[in-house]
Design a protein around this ligand. Structure first.
Ligand code: ASP
Length: 334
């Protein structure tokens, strides 16, 4: 028997009608009872919290991170499934992945249709997640959803309502689940794992500011005024903004704030192509280009860099390692 621990955190997969909309309320064993468990798998449920994921805080995520590590400290456990709301699943998955150093997988899943819907996607997604957790090895933290297994890094919620909710717009899925079997694609390189944050460590404030026509750095400056230690600037195109933003980024970096530059475009990397306020200048001002990470995961990358290193230079170096260059990565599958 493979022993899988299911950690419940809420989300639509645990939601029922409340009279004026859906909200998470079901305990993990109720979620599990909605569907079948793969043959040869036994499950222990651990209820952590029951919230819709748009209400998650860094404190929830740190608790989840600690709990996953606590569960994996037991050698009798073969894998972990986390049931989670889809809204911020990509953020929690990436945080877990950055700290994951274990051959056994952690598999996040959820549903687009509530637990009490007829023909919902919860049972199928949970079955696939359990199968992935029981049989996958050296895949890191993944999202099993809509018949696919996606690597945490780079995956985003790509549709608000469709049951095919997740995709990596710049890459391919890790695996496809069909008829109770997983067809694995090419393995993905993964960054070396970060150390776990100290118990009780407070996550710093990290804000996200988006550029658009007419944008000025007022909201960027407001983030600094609110005490942000990190900011993700979501640029246009390949990571571009204006000379005013470049000046604001320089001031922030000079004050010891960690700045990442992402893009509001769905796919492709940020690239230093343009001057005159573009990514060339934002990088020269000390902004770290976020590769193919979109805003939510770029924010997690900044948060993790801030929590894993001391001092502006070290933190920027940590962020570059997290974003990833070839020499900073280790292969996921031998
Ligand atoms: N709003 C829900 C949540 O993220 C959506 C879902 O779970 O699908 O909790």
């Amino acid at each position: 028997m493979k022993h899988i621990v299911v950690i419940g955190t809420g989300g639509t997969i645990a939601s029922r009608w409340q009279g004026a909309g859906y909200a998470a309320e079901a305990a993990g064993h109720e979620v599990l009872a909605a569907g079948a468990v793969p043959e040869g798998v036994e499950v222990t449920v651990r209820d952590l919290f029951t919230v819709n994921s748009s209400r998650l805080t860094s404190a929830h995520q740190m608790e989840l991170l600690r709990t996953v590590h606590e569960v994996l400290a037991d050698p009798a456990v073969d894998g972990v499934v986390v049931t989670h709301g889809t809204d911020t699943m990509e953020e929690s998955a990436f945080l877990l992945d950055l700290h994951h150093d274990d051959r056994r997988p952690v598999v996040l899943t959820g549903a687009q249709l509530p637990l009490d819907s007829v023909d919902g996607d919860a049972p199928g997604n949970l079955y696939d997640a359990l199968l992935t957790a029981a049989t996958g090895r050296d895949i890191g933290v993944v999202i099993a959803f809509g018949g696919f297994v996606h690597a945490a890094r780079g995956t985003v919620k790509a549709h608000t309502l469709d049951v095919q909710a997740f995709a990596d717009p710049s890459g391919r899925p890790l695996g496809r689940v069909k008829f109770g079997e997983i067809a694995w694609g090419a393995p993905r390189p993964r960054a070396a794992a970060l150390p776990l944050p100290d118990p009780g460590a407070q996550a710093p404030r990290v804000d996200v500011v988006m550029h658009h026509v007419d944008a000025d750095p007022v909201l960027f400056e407001a983030a600094l005024g609110a005490g942000a230690q990190g900011i993700v600037l979501v640029g246009t195109g390949a990571g571009n903004a204006t000379p005013d933003f470049v000046a604001a980024v320089r001031r922030a970096v000079d004050a010891g704030v960690l700045v990442a530059v992402s893009t509001r475009v769905a796919a492709g990397p940020v690239a230093p192509m343009y001057t005159g306020g573009g990514a060339v200048d934002l990088a020269a001002a000390g902004g770290v280009l976020a590769g193919t990470l979109r805003a939510g995961q770029a924010r997690i990358a900044v948060l993790a860099a801030l929590m894993s290193a001391e001092g502006p230079g070290e933190r920027a170096a940590a962020l570059r390692r997290i974003i990833g260059t070839a020499e900073d990565r280790t292969p996921a599958v031998a």
